[in-house]
Design a protein around this ligand. Structure first.
Ligand code: NAP
Ligand code: G4F
Length: 353
């Protein structure tokens, strides 16, 4: 292909995750070639992006995978050299807060050191080629921790988990590389965002999976931890658009992305069970395994800056999000039921997390 016809090229770390899949869809729609870093696993981990994949020999192919890992700086460097991206989205993470208390070193390695490794690759690549390459760093509202709501870009971080401290480190590395080397690195500070593709051990999806399975007689109890925590839950499909907008902005900056409304885990439970005509109190039991050594009580974001500078607002409200997830998980449970009725196995194993 002649240089003039070269499509814009994005490189996504964490492409196999929830956000990676929605972002890939968005970028392909916008005419990008999308390259993603996939970590080697003993089973396929590409379920969320399979619908976008075509054989790379197919001229219509827009999605390309590269084996790599955030703990392997040499591989990251090689991939950037080979892909020659215009935009890099750093979404890879051990992203489960509770798990970060069990695996703090690994979490810090992937999240904090991983971001630093990527920034080092970017620094050298830009110095060598002189190209304008822009990077998005996936920061989190968890970084605010104990800070009272509503939290904005001006709120000081008070992280409460190894995951959150690692995200703060990554955020600060990104700011430092922006200032020290003039790199275009944007920090997103995204509040919780969910979807039918959300990992099944995060509380929203754990709840909607359970509701679907209870309706189909596949599960009778749901074990949860703290129901009082409040979160500002939005739809992942809306939030990846904010990531892209940050990289189209004239200057690299930090942006909070949120709906501006918060609900408790109990509110989410009520809404999801109500959707199925069930009373959550008949099914939910407490298990202290799901408590965290330090909890984040209340996250509620002020996304005025994103609205003002990026023209971004959350399009999906809480009720619509719960209904979307509950419906998708009811359909999934119906399929499990059909398979079981046809004698094909026992369905999924018990859900944890
Ligand atoms: P996710 O579904 O957990 O996806 C994480 C991705 O990172 C997956 O593709 C995973 O690969 C990959 N990954 C994990 N360890 C890796 C490693 N060592 N090397 C390379 N890749 C690795 O997370 P998400 O919800 O899409 O979130 C995307 C990013 O935004 C994360 O950085 C998360 O911390 C951050 N964030 C999320 C939220 C939210 O509410 N969803 C809010 C704020 C910030 P596998 O598929 O192989 O596991
Ligand atoms: O769904 P969660 O595990 O999400 P959490 O901890 O807020 O983290 C998510 O959002 C962050 C953005 O703020 C991301 F950066 C991070 O990567 C991740 O995507 O838990 C939400 C709340 C917590 O207060 C937790 O204690 O739900 C409470 N909870 C109660 N029972 C539970 C459970 N959480 C989980 N995962 N499982 C339970 O059984």
């Amino acid at each position: 292909m002649a240089a003039a016809e070269r499509r814009r090229r994005a490189l996504i770390t964490g492409i196999t995750g929830q956000d990676g899949s929605y972002l890939s869809e968005l970028l392909i729609t916008k005419g990008y070639d999308v390259h993603g870093i996939i970590r080697r696993a003993s089973m396929f981990n590409t379920g969320r992006i399979e619908h976008l994949y075509r054989d790379p020999h197919d001229p219509e192919a827009r999605l390309f995978g590269h084996y790599g890992d955030m703990t392997d700086g040499t591989a990251l460097r090689r991939i950037i050299e080979a892909v020659e991206p215009d935009e890099i989205y750093n979404l890879a993470a051990q992203s489960h807060v509770r798990v970060s208390f069990d695996e703090p070193e690994y979490t810090a390695d992937v999240v904090a050191m991983g971001a630093l490794r990527l920034l080092e690759c970017l620094r050298d690549y830009v110095a060598r080629t002189g190209r304008d390459v822009r990077m998005y760093q996936a920061g989190s509202s968890e970084m605010f921790g104990d800070a009272p709501p509503r939290q904005s870009e001006a709120t000081p971080f008070q992280p409460r988990s190894p995951y959150a401290t690692a995200k703060v480190a990554a955020h600060e590395h990104a700011r430092n590389y922006r200032e020290a080397y003039g790199l275009f690195v944007a920090n997103g500070i995204l509040f919780n965002h969910e979807s039918p593709r959300r990992g099944e051990t995060f509380v929203t999806r754990k709840i909607t999976r359970a509701v679907g399975r209870i309706r189909e007689g596949l599960q009778d109890k749901l074990y949860l931890g703290n129901l009082d925590a409040r979160r500002d839950w939005g739809f992942a499909g809306d939030y990846v658009d904010a990531m892209w907008r940050m990289l189209q902005h004239d200057t690299p900056d930090d942006f909070v992305v949120a709906t501006g409304r918060s609900y408790s885990v109990r509110d989410f439970l009520e809404a999801a069970f109500e959707q199925a005509g069930l009373d959550w109190q008949d099914y939910v039991e407490f298990d202290e395994r799901y408590l965290r050594p330090t909890e984040v009580d209340h996250l509620e974001g002020d996304a005025a800056k994103a609205k003002d500078k990026l023209g971004w607002t959350a399009a999906t409200d809480f009720k619509t999000l719960v209904a979307m997830m509950a419906e998708a998980d009811h359909e999934l449970a119906r399929r499990e039921r059909t398979l079981i009725d046809a004698g094909h196995g026992e369905g999924l194993t018990a859900l944890n997390g």
